[in-house]
Ligand binder design. Structure first.
Ligand code: AMP
Length: 607
C-alpha cells in the first residue's frame, strides 16, 4: 500500500516521502480514502502515536488545496479548515506536521493559535490570510470574540484528542465553536478512548459518522507491555531507582500525581545523579519549554511530569512510561501508557503501586483490555549484571577511528599495564566504573511487599538488614556513625578516627561497615564520651554523627534528621551513566570520593 494508491496527491506524496514515511500506517489506510472520496463525518478511535495527524492532515490539506484551485482567482484568506486540540504543545506539533505535509502546496497557509503567546501577532497573521487554523479552544474563542478569526468558510473541523479536550473541561468551548461553523461542514473526531461524552458530541454534531477503530475499541496499543510492582509507600522511590538502573538506556516519563510530588521526585533523582528533570504547571512557560526541548533532543533521560503538563508532548521513542502511583482515572492510565510504543515501536508501561491499589489495577485491566503483569523488582545482582553487560556492549560497539594522540600514547599505556592480565584488567575496569553500584546493591535491603502467600518478593537481600539490628556483646555498646565504606571508612580508619577524636584509649569491639554508614561497638562506660567527643568533629566538611545504634531506626528517618546519610544520598550513579561521567559533571560522587583525611575545610575541629 502506498499513499498514492490511497489517492493522496503528488505534491503531498512528495512531502511525505521527504519526511521519511515509506508507507501509510493502519489508521492512515483506514481514514484517508474516506476523507478524499466523498468527505464525511468520521470518528476514529486511535491512540496517540499511531499516525493520526497524517490520517486527517493529508486529506484535509488536499481538500483545502482543491477548494482553493476550484475557486480560482484570489482566495478570501478565510480559514477553510480548523483543527482543535487540547494543548499548546499538541497545537504546535500538529501545525508543524501540516506545514511539512503542505511543503509543495504554496497556496495553503497554516497558523497555530494557542494561549500563552502574543495574541496581537496571531491577529496580524490572521488578517494576512490563513487557510488552516490549528487551535486550542480558549484562544480561538478569544480571537473569534475580537472579530479576528472567522469560521464562515470552514468546511472541515477536526477534534483531535477529543477525549482529552473533554477531560480538560473544553466541552462548552467546543459547543461555542461548533455553533459558529457552517452547517454543511464535516466533522472529524479523533480520540484515544471513547467516553460517553464523545458519543453525545457525535449525536449532536455529526451526520451519520463513519466509525473507524484502529485496533479494538478502547484497547491499548498491543506494542505496550504492562508491568506492575507492589511496594510499600516508603520504598516507592527506591523501587523507581531500581527500575531506572535496570534499564541503562531508559528514555521515559515518570508520571506523578501532584506538582509537589513531581518536583520532589525529580529533585531526588537529580540529587542521586540521574539525568532527570521536572515538568509541571508551577513552572513558567519558558521553563516548561526548556525542559521539553531538553527531553525531545534526548539531553534528558527521565522526565518527571504531571498528567496535565505531559499532554501534547510529542516524543516518539520513549522506551518506558512509569506510573509513580496509579492515576485517579482509568483514561489517564491509557493516555500515559500511550506515550510509549509509538509509530510501531515497542514500549513498557510500569506501575509502581501499593498493595491497596491492586483493585484499581484490575479495573484498569478490565476497561483498557490491557494485561498488566505483576513483576518482582530486579535484584541487585540482576541490575549489576545488566549495567556491566551494557558497558561491555558499548565497548564492543565503539567505533575505532584513528586518533593521532591516542595512537601515539598507546604503546606507552600498554607498557604501563602489561603486568595486569586480561581478566584482571577487565575486573579493574568494571570496578572502576561500577564499584559504588556494586557496593550499593550488595547492601541494599529487600524493598518489595510480601505477596499473597506472605513470601517476600524481593531479592533475598533482606538478610543484609541483620547487620543493622545486631545486638552488642556484653559490656559493649553498639554505636552508629554516619560514614561508611563509600566514604572510605574502613576498620583501621575508624579506629584511627576514634582515637583521634576521643581523649584516652577507647576499647573498640565489632565493626560493621555498610556503604553509607557503619556500626561499631565500644565499652559501654565509654559510649557517651565517644558520642559526645566524636560528634563535634568534621570529616571533609561533613559533620560526624555518632549515636546509639538502637536509637537510629532502620528506616533511616531518624538518621536523616541527625545528619546521617539519607536515602537520597544512597548510590548516586545515574541511569545509563558511568560513575566516571558523573564525577566529571561535578555531581555527587566525584566530590564525595575525596579522601576524608584531606586538608581542613571549615572552622570546626578536625582530626
Ligand atoms: P501521530 O500519531 O500523528 O502523532 O504520529 C506519530 C509519529 O509517527 C509521528 O512522529 C509521525 O511523524 C510518524 N508517522 C506518521 N505517519 C507515518 C508513516 N506513514 N510512516 C512513518 N512514520 C509516520
Amino acid at each position: 500500500m502506498t499513499f498514492e494508491s490511497l489517492g493522496v496527491s503528488a505534491p503531498i506524496c512528495r512531502a511525505v516521502a521527504e519526511k521519511g514515511y515509506e508507507q501509510p500506517m493502519p489508521v492512515q489506510e483506514a481514514v484517508i480514502p474516506h476523507l478524499l472520496g466523498e468527505p464525511m463525518d468520521l470518528i476514529a478511535l486511535a491512540q496517540t502515536g499511531t499516525g493520526k495527524t497524517a490520517a486527517f492532515g493529508l486529506p484535509l490539506l488536499q481538500n483545502v488545496a482543491r477548494s482553493l484551485e476550484t475557486e480560482g482567482g484570489k482566495p478570501s484568506g478565510l480559514a477553510r479548515a480548523l483543527v482543535l486540540c487540547p494543548t499548546r504543545e499538541l497545537c504546535l506539533q500538529i501545525a508543524d506536521d501540516l506545514t511539512d505535509y503542505s511543503k509543495y502546496l504554496p497556496s495553503v497557509r497554516i497558523l497555530p493559535v494557542y494561549g500563552g503567546s502574543s495574541i496581537e501577532a496571531q491577529i496580524r497573521t490572521l488578517r494576512r490570510g490563513v487557510e488552516v487554523i490549528v487551535a486550542t479552544p480558549g484562544r480561538l474563542i478569544d480571537l473569534m470574540e475580537r472579530g479576528a478569526a472567522s469560521l464562515d468558510e470552514v468546511h472541515t473541523v477536526v477534534l483531535d484528542e477529543a477525549d482529552e479536550m473533554l477531560t480538560m473541561g473544553f466541552s462548552e468551548s467546543l459547543q461555542t465553536i461548533l455553533s459558529q461553523v457552517p452547517e454543511e461542514r464535516h466533522l472529524l473526531l479523533f480520540s484515544a478512548t471513547m467516553p460517553r461524552e464523545i458519543s453525545s458530541i457525535a449525536a449532536s454534531y455529526m451526520h451519520q459518522p463513519k466509525e473507524i477503530i484502529v485496533g479494538t475499541k478502547n484497547q491499548g496499543n498491543a506494542n505496550i507491555k504492562h508491568y506492575y510492582y507492589v511496594v510499600s509507600a516508603r520504598h516507592k522511590y527506591l523501587a523507581l531507582k531500581r527500575i531506572a538502573d535496570y534499564y541503562p538506556d531508559i528514555y521515559g516519563i515518570i508520571f506523578c500525581r501532584t506538582r509537589k510530588e513531581t518536583q520532589e521526585i525529580a529533585d531526588q533523582l537529580i540529587r542521586d545523579g540521574y539525568n532527570a528533570d521536572a515538568l509541571h504547571g508551577e513552572l513558567s512557560q519558558a521553563q516548561r519549554d526548556y525542559v521539553m526541548q531538553k527531553f525531545r533532543i534526548r539531553n534528558l533521560q527521565l522526565l518527571v511530569a504531571t498528567d496535565v503538563a505531559a499532554r501534547g508532548l510529542d516524543v516518539n521513542d520513549l522506551t518506558h512510561v512509569i506510573h509513580y502511583g496509579l492515576p485517579d482515572d482509568i483514561e489517564s492510565y491509557t493516555h500515559r501508557s500511550g506515550r510509549t510504543a509509538r509509530a510501531g515501536k515497542m514500549g513498557i508501561s510500569i506501575a509502581i503501586c501499593h498493595s491497596r491499589e491492586r483493585g484499581r489495577l484490575r479495573d484498569i485491566e478490565r476497561i483498557s483490555h490491557a494485561t498488566i503483569e505483576r513483576r518482582t523488582l530486579p535484584t541487585g545482582a540482576e541490575i549489576c549484571g545488566k549495567q556491566l553487560f551494557h558497558l561491555a556492549e558499548r565497548i564492543e560497539r565503539v567505533e575505532l577511528t584513528e586518533d593521532a594522540t591516542l595512537e601515539a600514547l598507546l604503546p606507552e599505556l600498554a607498557r604501563k599495564l602489561e603486568w595486569i592480565d586480561h581478566e584482571e584488567l577487565l575486573k579493574r575496569v568494571m570496578l572502576l566504573e561500577f564499584r559504588r553500584m556494586l557496593d550499593y546493591y550488595e547492601q541494599e535491603e529487600a524493598i518489595e511487599e510480601a505477596d499473597e502467600r506472605g513470601r517476600l518478593q524481593g531479592d533475598g537481600e533482606g538478610k543484609k538488614r541483620d547487620k543493622r539490628n545486631a545486638v552488642a556483646e556484653e559490656g559493649m555498646k553498639r554505636l552508629f556513625i554516619n560514614f561508611g565504606k563509600l566514604d572510605r571508612m574502613f576498620p583501621n580508619k575508624l579506629i584511627e578516627l576514634i582515637n583521634k577524636c576521643v581523649p584516652g584509649r577507647v576499647k573498640v569491639g565489632k565493626i560493621d561497615l555498610l556503604p553509607r554508614f557503619a556500626f561499631f561497638e565500644v565499652d559501654e562506660h565509654e559510649a557517651s564520651e565517644v558520642i559526645h567527643s566524636m560528634s563535634s568533629y568534621e570529616v571533609d566538611g561533613r559533620r560526624i554523627v555518632v549515636d546509639y545504634a538502637d536509637k537510629v531506626g532502620e528506616g533511616g528517618g531518624k538518621r536523616e534528621r541527625r545528619g546521617a546519610p539519607s536515602k537520597r544520598r544512597d548510590y548516586d550513579k545515574p541511569a545509563g551513566r558511568r560513575d566516571e561521567d558523573y564525577g566529571k559533571r561535578g555531581g555527587g560522587y566525584g566530590k564525595r570520593s575525596r579522601s576524608y583525611d584531606e586538608g581542613p575545610r571549615s572552622k570546626k575541629k578536625r582530626w
